[in-house]
Design a protein around this ligand. Structure first.
Ligand SMILES: *Cc1c(COP(=O)(O)O)cnc(C)c1O
Length: 420
């Protein structure tokens, strides 16, 4: 502070102390400001650079056709006016829910304003204190908070450990049991052992919830991780963990080869818009409409956003989706090969998320800064987002990167790591 005598409340005094502590630990976070369109080439804090820290895996966030669909719907205004159960449920929402149910081949789909809201809403609605949640320890924060909020018995299982899931299922339980897992883990890029979890759940009369935030639009020909079973999802320890960016189009009539009672995915990643949905049985969706508090007590998203998402869904389901997924798969392979040649040890991920663990927070920060100086934007991810001692660069590839940009990143990484 500048020494001016400004009265400092007790709360502010405490917060300033906590902030100072975060700074001292290299855990202080700040935002960088993007100008204009979000994409592989981006302007951040006034500097043009190549963006390797986006979840816009198919490069659709700035797509003009999706924006045009939103603009068209915006001629009716922005607001939905109320929650969906009062008067906020628009024809645009209904059409998107239909399209989503069709796309993932489930009886029904229900929109939520965000993935965070969907996970909290589902867990609080389905679980109470007599129930049990068995969850991977690296699940997304929203699944963790959802489980805590529900007040259920919470069993955290070591990452990807099928036998630990089995042990937890074998111990006596009352009430309902839910297994919950990310499909692709956000900070590691690896895939959950879904085939095993799915059969475990059905063998023990438990329900399975899959958060496919990072797989929807990319895996399973765009239909998500449940359509990915024929390419090795769930087979841990078999090389690189499946073919992440499967380009094949899945026929419309195919039901998911993998079973999950509750399928959740968002639009903020590969679809390039915002919001989320849950898909499942008629009974599940009707129950969530009655009881998911983040659905019942929250304003329905802008109808124009639903229109934009529907336009994006049409793109990813069509030939262009195939082309973009093919391009993404090629870039992932190129990047991994380039890193291997330079002796850069990436985590074993076959998806668009390619983390490089550096350990200390300061090391990740230094490397991230060095990369930005060279024109490559890669965020340093630190605790509590990742476990202590595993600070990392979370490099993400998108379909709109070029081979030259990927090669340039490998060169820049090689130099940045010498400095870090
Ligand atoms: C991003 C993400 C969410 C939250 O979705 P939002 O729509 O951004 O709130 C939930 N789960 C996972 C695994 C995510 O990566």
């Amino acid at each position: 502070m500048d020494g001016t005598a400004v009265a400092c409340s007790p709360l502010d005094a405490q917060l300033r102390q906590q902030l100072a502590q975060l700074r001292a630990q290299d855990l202080y976070r700040t935002r960088r400001t993007v100008s204009g369109t979000h994409g592989a080439r981006i302007v951040v804090d006034g500097q043009s650079c190549v963006n390797f820290c986006s979840n816009d895996y198919l490069g659709l966030a700035g797509d003009a056709r999706i924006a045009a669909a939103a603009s068209k719907a915006l001629s009716n205004g922005v607001g939905s006016g109320a929650s969906a159960l009062v008067s906020g449920y628009n024809r645009e929402h209904a059409q998107l829910e239909e399209a989503l149910a069709d796309h993932v081949q489930r009886p029904r789909a229900l929109l939520f304003s965000s993935g965070w809201a969907a996970n909290l809403g589902v867990m609080r609605a389905l679980l109470g204190k007599d129930d049990t949640l068995i969850a991977d320890e690296l699940n997304h924060a929203s699944l963790i908070d959802g489980g805590r909020l529900a007040g259920a018995r919470y069993v955290r299982v070591p990452h990807g450990d099928v036998s630990a899931f089995a042990d937890a299922l074998a111990s006596p339980r009352e009430g309902r049991t839910l297994l919950a897992t990310d499909s692709i883990f956000s900070m590691d890029g690896d895939l959950a052992p879904l085939a095993s979890l799915s059969s475990l759940a059905s063998a023990h009369g438990a329900a399975l919830m899959v958060d496919d935030a990072h797989g929807f639009g990319v895996l399973g020909g765009g239909r998500g991780v449940l359509f990915e079973s024929n390419s090795g999802v769930g087979m841990r320890g078999t090389g690189d963990g499946g073919n992440a960016a499967t380009p094949y189009p899945v026929p419309r009539t195919q039901t998911p080869p993998l079973e999950a009672d509750i399928y959740m995915a968002g639009f903020g990643k590969a679809l390039g818009t915002a919001g989320a949905f849950v898909a499942g049985s008629e009974a599940l969706i009707e129950f969530l409409i009655q009881r998911a508090r983040t659905f019942v007590f929250s304003t329905a998203p802008p109808p124009a956003l639903a229109a934009a998402t529907r336009a994006s869904l049409a793109l990813i389901a069509g030939d262009e989706g195939v082309a973009r997924r093919t391009q993404l798969a090629a870039l992932i392979a190129r990047f991994r090969q380039g890193c291997a040649q330079q002796g850069i040890a990436l985590l074993p991920s076959s998806t668009a998320i390619q983390p490089l663990v550096l350990g200390a927070e300061s090391r990740a920060l230094t490397a991230s800064r060095a990369l930005l100086e060279r024109g490559y934007w890669v965020a340093a991810i630190r605790p509590p987002t990742v476990p202590v001692g595993t600070a990392r660069l979370r490099i993400t590839l998108t379909a709109t990167h070029t081979a030259t940009e990927v090669d340039g990143l490998v060169t820049a990484l090689t130099a940045a790591l010498k400095a870090a």
